[in-house]
Each structure stands twice: as structure tokens, then as C-alpha cells.
Ligand binder design. Structure first.
Ligand code: HAM
Length: 446
């Protein structure tokens, strides 16, 4: 008699699944979550930015996170740290070479050219509130994904624009309660800068042995970068270095003087910084950065923002020669400053808490909540909770002045209970007039 074949026992786990419990995912290095507890600060920054831009007649624009890599190579500059070391670039399955934008100015300039904004009334004033990506060494104040609020004024070369931008950036911080100073310099035209670069190289060359390996490379490739080097011993060497202001042509000098006069006029505090050159190649003439005057320990991550004029960028990107200037503020850093400062009440307290008892009460409460919202009254709820005690505890926690209670009985009677949370008293009101009753009470207590 044939024996039945032995069948292998069926595995309880599907193939390819390890027996170990799945591990939770960690954050990708340099990335971070912005949690609800921080949203108050982010919102505050956004509101101040939006208010300022509305007042200054600046229109919002948002460009894509992904751009052709060449835009940044050409726009920001092949030999900048951003392009050399920090770009998140990859090839798509379609063979396109793309980059997660490391900054906003090149993308906005591309959009200006692409959409023929030259034909609009000039200058075109644009602002953005966007996320950017740089593959830098992550540390406090330096992330691989970060936010900037930026403004670009395109199509105007007058010095008043440079000053207005520095004023706007400074005012943004001031309105948030941060006392900032604008560090400012002029790097002149491309021609004056070329002469200055030669002078700088001639000064540093005999001191080559005292430079770090990175600075030796900077000396060869772009001596201007030596000025923003933070290597130890550099401050001493820089002190004696030639200063760009002595190499500026008359037009650049006049432009810079006018920017400073305008800043004096509007009372924006500034410091001349002869070694401020900025890490992006598109700048011409004015460059500036913003620092918190109360920050005691300065690091490479201390700049809250930076900007300047970039009259040559449009042409580099294939557009018609168009003067432009702008700034961007690092919102992650601004928020971190705000969080370290004393603050008043963080969130607006709720006006009413809508409590319910039983299924019929819950249905009515759901609709009532919507009525409060439409009337502009800030309401809170805990509809998934059954216990009235738990709901009253929640009402207290969120600082509600009144609780509205609707149960089976109230639904049948067409009424609602209004409980004064401070006094502990209750009254029964017509269910259709409950919103109106609260409006009356709010008018009295205001
Ligand atoms: P930026 O100086 O490279 O300029 O960046 C502006 C600000 O963004 C910095 O001052 C800093 O607060 C913040 N930031 C930069 N990198 C990081 C990072 N890895 N983590 C956190 N915050 C960061 C620009 O991007 C120019 N596009 C500004 C501009 C606009 N110039 C003319 N128009």
C-alpha cells in the first residue's frame, strides 16, 4: 500500500519575513520633525513674513523643490561649497540630472526668465517660504533640510532696493522680538573683484604654510573664500589682509555709500564688515548678513539670514541682463532663538468646550461645534470620550470659559446646558440659540 507523502509543516510566517519584531525607522541624518509643540513659533514667523510682504507689495511665489542640477552649478557657482560638497543630486530614471534645491535665488531667477516676467512692470517683487536641502555636517542650527523666508526684488539697480531689503530682513526679526544687526560689505563689480582677488592671493601666498588644507585649496581656486574661513589662526592672518573697499571702483563706492545712507535714515543698525563675501558666487556690490545682537557665542551657524545684490545672475542663467537683489532668513535658526526667549501666552485659549452625553447628544454636539466654528468662536471637544467628568477635565485644561453640555434629554427638549467653568454655575438655554447666548456672554466679558 502506498505510503502518504510526508508534507513539510506549513510555516506560520510568510517567506522573507524575519522572525524579529520590525524595528522602528530612525530619521535620515540631518532631517528633523517639526512637532506640534513648535508650531506656534513657525506660525508666528510666517504671519510676520506675510504681513511684511503684504505691506511692501511683495507677491508670493513657490518654485519646485527639484531643479536641473545645472541651474545651481551655473547659478550658485561651480567652486562654491554648496555646489562642490552639499548638493543632493541624482539622476532620474528618465536620465535627467536633478538637484534638491539648496537655495532659492537661482530657482526664482529661472522662473522670472521662464515666465517672461521681464515684460511685467519692474521691479518684480517676490517672496517665498520654502524648504531647502544641503548635505552639510548636521549640528545645532545646521540641518540638511531647512526653511527659508526669502524676498527677491528683480529689475531695479538702485541702491535704495538694497537698503529696503536689509530693512525688511531686519524688521522681520525686530517684529519677532529679536534685536539684530546687519553686517554689510560691498564686493563691487566682477572687474573690481578680479583685481582684489589677485591682491588677496598675493597677500596669502607667502603665508601658505600657515593655512589649513582646505584654505590652501581656497587660495588656489577662489581666494575670496579665504575671508569667510573660520579656521583657527585665520582671524589673525585676515586682520592684515587687503580690504575690498580699497579696490572698489567709483560707481561701486557710490552705490555702497548710498545704501549706508538709507540705512542710517531708517535707523537700521549695521556694522561694516570688510571680510564679508558670502558663500555664493552670484553676488555683486552689496552683501549683508543678519546676526542677533544678544547672541553671546558666535559660531558658523550664527547668521540668521543673508542676502545681497546679484546683477549678473539673470544673464548667467540665459536671461537678459537684469539687476536684482534679495535676502533669505533661516527660519529654523530664527525659531530656535524665539524658543530661547521668554514668551507670553502661547496659544489663544478656547472660548467654549462642547461636551456630550449619549449617542444623540454626540450627534447634536458634532453639529453644534460646526455652528461655533462658523460663528468664529473657538471651540474644543472630546467627542470620542463618554465620561462627562473626563470631558470637563479636558475643558478645564484647554482653558474654556464655558462648556456646552448636550445629552439625550437636551436633544429631546431642544435645549443645551451652558456651564460657566469659573463660577461652576449652569443654565439651560434654547438649543437653537446657544451660539447667540455665548456671543452675548463674550461681548459682556470682553
Ligand atoms: P544663505 O546665506 O546660504 O543665502 O542662506 C540664508 C540663511 O539660511 C542663512 O543665514 C541661514 O540662517 C539659513 N541656512 C542656510 N543653510 C542652512 C542649514 N543647513 N540649516 C539651517 N539653516 C540654514 C542664501 O540662501 C541666498 N539664496 C540668500 C539670498 C536671497 N541672496 C539673495 N537673495
Amino acid at each position: 500500500m502506498p505510503q502518504p507523502k510526508k508534507v513539510a509543516p506549513v510555516s506560520k510566517k510568510p517567506e522573507g519575513v524575519s522572525k524579529k519584531a520590525p524595528q522602528p525607522f530612525a530619521l535620515v541624518r540631518g532631517m528633523r520633525d517639526i512637532l506640534p509643540s513648535d508650531q506656534y513659533y513657525w506660525r508666528k514667523c510666517f504671519e510676520v513674513a506675510q504681513g511684511l510682504c503684504d505691506a511692501y507689495g511683495v507677491d508670493r511665489v513657490e518654485t519646485p523643490v527639484l531643479e536641473e542640477s545645472g541651474l545651481f552649478v551655473r547659478g550658485v557657482g561651480k567652486q562654491t561649497d554648496i555646489v562642490e560638497k552639499e548638493m543632493f543630486s541624482f539622476e532620474t530614471t528618465g536620465g535627467e540630472h536633478v538637484t534638491l534645491r539648496p537655495e532659492g535665488t537661482a530657482g526664482i531667477s529661472r522662473a522670472y526668465i521662464h515666465h517672461g516676467m521681464l515684460n511685467l512692470s519692474q521691479p518684480v517683487k517676490l517672496w517665498y517660504w520654502s524648504q531647502f536641502f544641503r548635505h552639510e555636517k548636521p549640528q545645532s542650527g545646521r540641518y540638511r533640510q531647512f526653511w527659508q523666508y526669502g524676498v527677491e526684488i528683480i529689475g531695479e539697480s538702485d541702491a535704495v532696493v538694497d537698503a529696503q531689503l536689509a530693512l525688511m530682513a531686519w524688521r522681520f526679526l525686530k517684529d519677532l522680538g529679536i534685536d539684530a544687526v546687519v553686517r554689510i560689505n560691498s564686493i563691487g563689480t566682477a572687474e573690481s573683484r578680479a583685481n582684489y582677488k589677485s591682491a588677496l592671493a598675493a597677500y596669502f601666498r607667502p603665508k601658505r604654510s600657515r593655512l589649513s588644507e582646505d584654505d590652501k585649496k581656497r587660495l588656489l581656486k577662489n581666494p575670496l573664500r579665504l575671508l569667510d574661513s573660520k579656521e583657527p589662526g585665520m582671524a589673525e592672518l585676515k586682520a592684515e589682509a587687503p580690504q575690498i573697499v580699497d579696490w572698489l571702483d567709483e560707481t561701486s563706492k557710490n552705490h555702497f555709500m548710498r545704501v549706508l545712507e538709507y540705512l542710517d535714515e531708517v535707523g537700521v543698525p549695521y556694522q561694516l564688515d570688510p571680510f564679508l563675501v558670502r558663500g555664493l558666487d552670484y553676488y555683486t556690490q552689496t552683501v549683508f548678513e543678519l546676526y542677533d545682537t544678544n547672541e553671546t557665542e558666535e559660531t558658523a551657524q550664527s547668521a540668521l539670514g543673508g542676502g545681497g545684490r546679484y546683477d549678473g545672475l539673470m544673464e548667467i542663467l540665459g536671461g537678459r541682463p537684469t539687476p536684482a537683489a534679495g535676502f533669505a532668513l533661516g527660519i529654523d535658526r530664527v525659531v530656535s532663538r524665539l524658543k530661547s526667549m521668554p514668551h507670553e501666552q502661547q496659544e489663544k485659549k478656547v472660548d467654549v468646550f462642547v461636551a456630550q452625553l449619549g449617542e444623540a447628544g454626540r450627534k447634536r454636539a458634532l453639529a453644534l461645534f460646526e455652528e461655533f466654528r462658523l460663528a468664529g468662536i473657538k471651540a474644543a471637544e472630546a467627542f470620542a470620550k463618554n465620561s462627562i467628568k473626563t470631558q470637563m477635565e479636558t475643558a478645564n485644561r484647554c482653558g474654556a470659559r464655558w462648556a456646552i453640555i448636550v445629552g439625550q434629554k437636551e436633544v429631546l427638549d431642544g435645549t443645551a446646558i451652558i456651564r460657566d467653568m469659573d463660577a461652576g454655575t449652569q443654565e439651560i438655554v434654547d438649543g437653537r440659540k446657544v451660539v447667540h447666548e455665548i456671543q452675548k456672554k463674550m461681548a459682556i466679558t470682553e
